[in-house]
Design a protein around this ligand. Structure first.
Ligand code: SAM
Ligand code: DTB
Ligand code: SF4
Length: 350
C-alpha cells in the first residue's frame, strides 16, 4: 500500500470497533507496521506547555481543574506578560523542546486579548520554536489573526464521542468544537485535536472519538490522547481507572486510522509506569508533553523522561526551523549522549 492510500476519511463505527477487538499483539503489530511506513519509529516529538492564563474558566468541563464551577483550590492568574512567556519559552528550548504550546482557561478569547496573544506567537516563533495555542473556541476572524501572526498549530479537543459528550460538558456543543476546527483549517493553520480517556466512557465512545477525528475533511496533524488526570474537587475526581491495555489499544487504533499524524501520549503520564509508556510508543505514539508541568498539574520530571528516552533508544525529533539549528542540534546530541551514559548506569533497584 502506498503512503497516501493509508489515509481514509470514511471509517464506520463498526470498522473501528473491529480494530479495538483485535488480539492485543495483532493490534500492536499492525499499528507498528503503519507507524514505520510513515515515521522513524525511534523519534518522538517533544512539546512544552505554558499556561498563559490560569483558572476561573466559565465552562463546566467535568475533568477540568480550571473551571470556576469546581473548588479545586487552584489560584487564578491573569494573562501573563509577554516577557514572562518568553522566559518560559527560552527554558523550554534549553531543555530540548521544539514546540511551545500556550494554553488559556477561556471559553474563547476576548477581542481585547487578541493583540497580546498575537504578539506572544510572533515573539515565541522568533526564538525558533514551533508555536501552538489552545484558547477555546475561535471564530473565523480570530483564527485568521492567529494564522497571520504565524501560529503553526491550534489545539482544540473533541474530548470524547458525540454520544458521551453531554455527560462531560454542557456549556458548549460538539458542533461548536467542530466549527472551531473548521475555522482553524480555513485560516491555514495545522490542527491539533484529540481527547481524554478514563472519564467513564465505554469502548464505543473511544471508537467514536477516533472515528470523528479520522473522518474530519483533513485529519489533524497532531492527535493528543490524554489519560484523565483526576483532580480533587472536579466531578470526575473518583472516576474508576481505565484498564491500561484499553488505553494502549486506543493509541494503536489512532495510529492505524491516522497514519500520518503525530499521536501524542499527553496528560496522565505521571501516573504511568515506564513500561506502559514504552508500550504506548510501540503502539505508535510519537509525541509527548515534556517539562515538569502540564497546565496546572504535574508531568514527569525531565530527567525521568530523558532516562526513559535513553533506555529505549528514542531521540527527540529535531525541528528544522530552529533559529540557530546547529546550536540546538549540538545541545540535543550532547544531552542524549549524557543520558545514554546515565542509562548505562541505570539502577534497576531504583
Ligand atoms: N480552555 C481551552 C479549551 O478547553 O479549549 C484550552 C485549555 S484546555 C485545559 C485544553 C485541554 O486539556 C482540554 O480540551 C482537555 O482535553 C485537556 N484537559 C483538561 N483537563 C484535563 C485533565 N484533568 N486530564 C486530562 N486532560 C485534561
Ligand atoms: C491536550 O490535549 N492536553 C494538554 C493540552 N492539550 C493543552 C492539557 C492537559 C491538561 C491537564 C490538566 C492540567 O494540567 O490542568
Ligand atoms: Fe475551561 Fe478549557 Fe478547562 Fe473547559 S477545559 S473548563 S474550557 S479551561
Amino acid at each position: 500500500m502506498t503512503a497516501t492510500a493509508d489515509i481514509r476519511n470514511d471509517w464506520t463505527r463498526e470498522q473501528v470497533l473491529n480494530l479495538f477487538a483485535l488480539p492485543f499483539n495483532d493490534l500492536l503489530f499492525h499499528a507498528q507496521q503503519v507507524h514505520r511506513r510513515h515515521f522513524d519509529a525511534n523519534k518522538v516529538q517533544v512539546s512544552t506547555l505554558c499556561s498563559i492564563k490560569t483558572g476561573a474558566c466559565p465552562e463546566d468541563c467535568a475533568y477540568c481543574p480550571q473551571s470556576a464551577r469546581y473548588d479545586t483550590g487552584l489560584e487564578r492568574e491573569k494573562l501573563m506578560q509577554v516577557e514572562a512567556v518568553l522566559e518560559e519559552a527560552r527554558a523550554a528550548i534549553a531543555s530540548g523542546a521544539t514546540r511551545f504550546c500556550m494554553g488559556a482557561a477561556w471559553r474563547s478569547p476576548k477581542q481585547k486579548d487578541m493583540p497580546y496573544v498575537a504578539r506572544m506567537v510572533r515573539e515565541v516563533k522568533a526564538l525558533g520554536l514551533e508555536t501552538c495555542m489552545t484558547l477555546g473556541m475561535l471564530n473565523q476572524d480570530q483564527a485568521s489573526e492567529l494564522a497571520e501572526a504565524g501560529l503553526d498549530y491550534y489545539n482544540h479537543n473533541l474530548d470524547t464521542s458525540p454520544e458521551y459528550y453531554g455527560e462531560i460538558i454542557t456549556t458548549r456543543s460538539y458542533q461548536n468544537r467542530l466549527d472551531t476546527l473548521a475555522n482553524v483549517r480555513t485560516a491555514g493553520m495545522k490542527v491539533c485535536a484529540g481527547g481524554i480517556l478514563g472519564m467513564g466512557e465505554g469502548e464505543k465512545d473511544r471508537a467514536g472519538l477516533l472515528q470523528q477525528l479520522a473522518n474530519l475533511p483533513q485529519q489533524p496533524e497532531s492527535v493528543p490522547i490524554n489519560m484523565l488526570v483526576k483532580v480533587a474537587g472536579t466531578p470526575l475526581e473518583n472516576e474508576r481507572d481505565l484498564d491500561p491495555f484499553e488505553f494502549i489499544r486506543c493509541i494503536a487504533v489512532a495510529r492505524i486510522m491516522m497514519p500520518k499524524s503525530h499521536v501524542r501520549l499527553s496528560a496522565g503520564r505521571e501516573a504511568m509506569s515506564d513500561e506502559m509508556q514504552s508500550l504506548a510508543f510501540l503502539a505508535g505514539a510519537n509525541s509527548i508533553f515534556y517539562g515538569e508541568k502540564l497546565l496546572t498539574t504535574t508531568n514527569p520530571e525531565t530527567n525521568r523522561d530523558r532516562q526513559l528516552f535513553a533506555r529505549l533508544g528514542i531521540e527527540p525529533e529535531a525541528y528544522q526551523q530552529y533559529a540557530d539549528e546547529t546550536a540546538v542540534e549540538t545541545e540535543l546530541q550532547s544531552q542524549l549522549a549524557a543520558q545514554q551514559n546515565d542509562a548505562f548506569f541505570y539502577d534497576a533497584s531504583r
